[in-house]
Design a protein around this ligand. Structure first.
Ligand SMILES: C[S@@+](CC[C@H](N)C(=O)[O-])C[C@H]1O[C@@H](n2cnc3c(N)ncnc32)[C@H](O)[C@@H]1O
Length: 247
C-alpha cells in the first residue's frame, strides 16, 4: 500500500458541487458523523471548549457550521458564549441546524445563516473566537479562509480548527488509510445513500496538510501561539492560534 504524502498543497477553489453534496447528505449528516467516528466526534467537539476556558461572554463565529453541531457541543461543554453565529453555504445543512437550535430554545443566542468562509460578511475584529470543524478541508482556498478567520478576530481572539489528520505512527496510519479507502466509503454510502460523498471524504482527508504543515499555514495567515493537539491516535487534530494582541 502506498502511503500518501502528508504535506501536499491544499486543493484550490471549492466548487459549488462541494456544498451541493452537503445539501444531499444533510438529512443523515449528524448520524453519519456519529457512526463513522464511533461517536469520537462528540468528544473532539467538546474538547474544543477546553481551549476557551477562562474566556467569558464570548462572541463566537463558527465557519462552515453545517448543522451547527460545533456550536451546540461547545455550549454543552460549558463554553461561555454570549452569542454565536454559524455560516455555511448549504441551506439544507443550515435548515437542520436551525431546527436543533429552535428545539433547544437557543434561537435568541445562536444565529445560523448563509455565508462563505472565504468571504466573511462581518467587519474586522467582530469576534472573540472563531471555530471551524471538519470544514477547512472543504472551503477550497484554505489560506484565504484562514486570513478571513484572522481578520474577523479581535486582537488576542482565538481561532480553533478541528480537522481530520493522518496519524504519524506508521502502523496506525496504515490501518487508518485502509479504513478511509476501503471501509468508510461503503458504510457512508449505505447510510447516506451517496457513496460519492464518502469517496470525496477519504480523498480530501488523505490530501489535506496536517500537523506542522497546517500550523505553518496558520502562521502565514497571521496567527501567533499556534499549536496542534492530536486526538485519538492522531486521526483528528485541534489547531489553535491567536490573533496578535496588538494589530
Ligand atoms: C463536513 S461539513 C462540517 C459541518 C460542521 N462544521 C460540523 O462540524 O459538523 C463541511 C461543511 O462545509 C460547508 N462549506 C463548504 N464550503 C464552504 C464555504 N466556502 N463556506 C462556508 N461553508 C462551506 C459545507 O456546506 C458543509 O456544511
Amino acid at each position: 500500500m502506498t502511503t500518501p504524502d502528508p504535506t501536499p498543497a491544499p486543493s484550490p477553489a471549492a466548487p459549488e458541487s462541494v456544498w451541493r453534496m452537503f445539501d444531499r447528505i444533510a438529512p443523515r449528516y449528524d448520524l453519519l458523523n456519529r457512526v463513522l467516528s464511533g461517536r469520537r466526534d462528540v468528544a473532539w467537539r467538546r474538547r474544543m471548549a477546553d481551549d476557551l476556558r477562562g474566556r467569558s461572554a464570548l462572541r463566537l463565529l463558527d465557519l462552515a457550521t453545517g448543522t451547527g453541531d460545533q456550536i451546540l457541543h461547545l455550549l454543552d461543554a460549558g463554553a461561555d458564549l454570549a452569542s454565536a453565529v454559524g455560516i455555511d453555504m448549504s441551506e439544507e445543512m443550515l435548515a437542520r441546524g436551525r431546527e436543533k437550535v429552535r428545539q433547544r430554545g437557543l434561537a435568541a443566542r445562536v444565529d445560523l445563516r448563509a455565508g462563505d468562509a472565504t468571504q466573511v460578511s462581518f467587519p474586522d475584529a467582530s469576534f472573540d473566537a472563531v471555530t471551524i470543524s471538519f470544514g477547512i478541508r472543504n472551503v477550497g482556498d484554505v489560506p484565504l479562509a484562514l486570513r478571513e478567520m484572522r481578520r474577523v478576530l479581535r486582537p488576542g481572539g482565538r481561532a480553533l480548527i478541528l480537522e481530520f489528520s493522518l496519524p504519524t505512527r506508521t502502523l496506525v496510519r496504515a490501518g487508518y488509510v485502509f479504513y478511509l479507502r476501503h471501509l468508510l466509503p461503503g458504510i457512508g454510502g449505505v447510510v447516506s445513500g451517496d457513496s460519492s460523498a464518502y469517496r470525496y471524504l477519504n480523498r480530501t482527508i488523505e490530501a489535506f496538510p496536517s500537523g506542522e504543515a497546517f500550523c505553518a499555514l496558520m502562521r502565514e495567515a497571521g496567527f501567533v501561539q499556534v499549536a496542534a493537539q492530536p486526538l485519538t491516535l492522531g486521526v483528528a487534530t485541534i489547531y489553535r492560534g491567536d490573533a496578535p494582541s496588538s494589530a
